[in-house]
Design a protein around this ligand. Structure first.
Ligand SMILES: [Zn+2]
Length: 204
């Protein structure tokens, strides 16, 4: 018996032709829970990035999901959006997740962005490492922009003159993505795009 990871109702698994052909993975949440997430597929531009795609809007369901996934460390929830993420990313190359600080990774037990990619069976290279240890949420935008840079390239990283795609969980001000894009472009990347699971507005 499989249960919805969010409300524990029993899932009536009905194999689809896609799952039989291994094109799609089985849902891990019920349709009612899944329908509470608001798909946006919003695309927008940014100075350093060719484009940014956000798959979902931030709403109550997403707030509860993030709390259970990131703070309560319910790693199974990395599976909830795997099909949606794979659909958007499958044709792309040079996938790079935004890393968390090593100390924070120990505290949180897993890297939530990398885990999203692993569950979606998307291969990636973790060439970035986080420099700053402080909690971003405690700083103003101005303060955050003043800290530079947020990331280092790992010493063994090789960046080619090719397109790169950065993956992060939430887009709020774009500062994190711009820092990562600047670093990749400086290291020789042709262009940088980004996909985030969620777009959050500053007043959310
Ligand atoms: Zn449910």
């Amino acid at each position: 018996m499989t249960e919805c990871l969010l409300c524990n109702v029993e899932l009536l698994t009905r194999p689809s032709w896609k799952s039989l052909l291994a094109l799609d993975d089985e849902m891990v949440v019920c349709l009612e829970c899944f329908s509470r997430f608001k798909r946006s597929n919003q695309k927008f531009e940014d100075t350093l990035l060719k484009n940014i795609t956000a798959l979902y809007e931030y709403n109550d369901a997403m707030r509860d999901y993030l709390h259970q996934y990131k703070f309560l460390q319910d790693i199974a929830l990395a599976n909830v959006f795997k099909n949606e993420l794979r659909d958007v990313v499958k044709s792309k190359v040079n996938i790079i997740p935004i890393p968390m600080h090593p100390k924070r990774k120990v505290a949180r037990t897993f890297s939530h962005v990398e885990e999203l990619l692993k569950c979606a069976r998307i291969s990636y290279s973790d060439v970035l490492e986080k420099k700053d240890d402080e909690t971003m949420g405690e700083k103003s935008k101005k303060e955050r922009l003043a800290i530079s840079p947020l990331f280092n390239l790992k010493s063994n990283a090789i960046i080619e003159y090719e397109p790169y795609l950065i993956i992060d969980d939430i887009y709020t001000t774009g500062t994190t993505l711009r820092h990562a894009a600047a670093l990749l472009i400086e290291a020789g990347a042709k262009e940088v795009e980004a996909v985030t699971l969620i777009r959050a507005r500053l007043n959310d």
